[in-house]
Design a protein around this ligand. Sequence first.
Ligand code: PEP
Ligand code: MN
Length: 296
Amino acid sequence: MKISGQLTVNDLPRVCPLLCRQTNPRYGEDQTRAVEVRGVRFGNGSTVVIAGPCAVESHEQTLAVARAVRRAGGDMLRGGAYKPRTSPHDFQGTGVEGLCILRIAREETGLPIVTEVMDTRLVEQVADYADMLQIGSRNMQNYPLLAEVGRAGKPVLLKRGMAASLGEWLGAAEYVAKQGNLDIVLCERGIKAFPAGEYSRYVLDLNVIPAVLANTFLPVIVDPSHATGVASMVEPASRAALEFGSHGLIIEVADFATGRPRCDPDQAINGETLARIVKFAHHRHERLLVEQHAAA
Ligand code: PEP
Ligand code: MN
């Protein structure tokens, strides 16, 4: 029996013909589309490490973290100016002030910025500041937002919904692609599964990485910070993600000298740990290049 709405990988050519490997034979079995963000290239053999605070709280905090990311060798800066929080009474981010702070951090460090946009009415504003627009897990199926972001003319980081199947995730990406924007990077960030919360925040779905690589030509990265919710798990989760074929990482970092973060403090790593992860990621990239060369 086929239940309507239940997708399998056989449905992908119909659900996402613009992005599916099967319907885009020019990418062959293993070529990835290169997505460029201000000189940083995702996919096609490169390994990108994005890092930064969960939320842009202040100028002092963001600049301190941005400098730590630069020192550690990170490729891009993350940070939410607009934050999706479980309670409306929690800190919601610093909004346009946060966007200005991110711009200052980019000027000083040269790191391109990715930041979340949650509201169709704010896409133009956020796109004015950001080099890459992030769609958060909670908005993965906000179809009007996906279409608006698709029209904004900036590369998109599309996080997987925390309970989304591969087909739903790629279907969401297709909404962006349908607007003529194929500069999309997918991001696995952990899914809800038993026993989430007992020892980790979500369950990092490493298995989805090879499935993504087999079914679409889009690059895919992993967020080990939200997937685990535990700082000590971020480094091993990063290594595992890269071993599974991830094209990069997006990691939350804090500068504890300037204060404890107001959002997600338990999953933030320091600059030293980030430096080790960056070294591992970039070395792995070099190793892959050498192996490809030897095989050619
Ligand atoms: C984030 O990256 O800032 C974030 C809120 O993550 P997610 O949407 O995956 O929960
Ligand atoms: Mn966070």
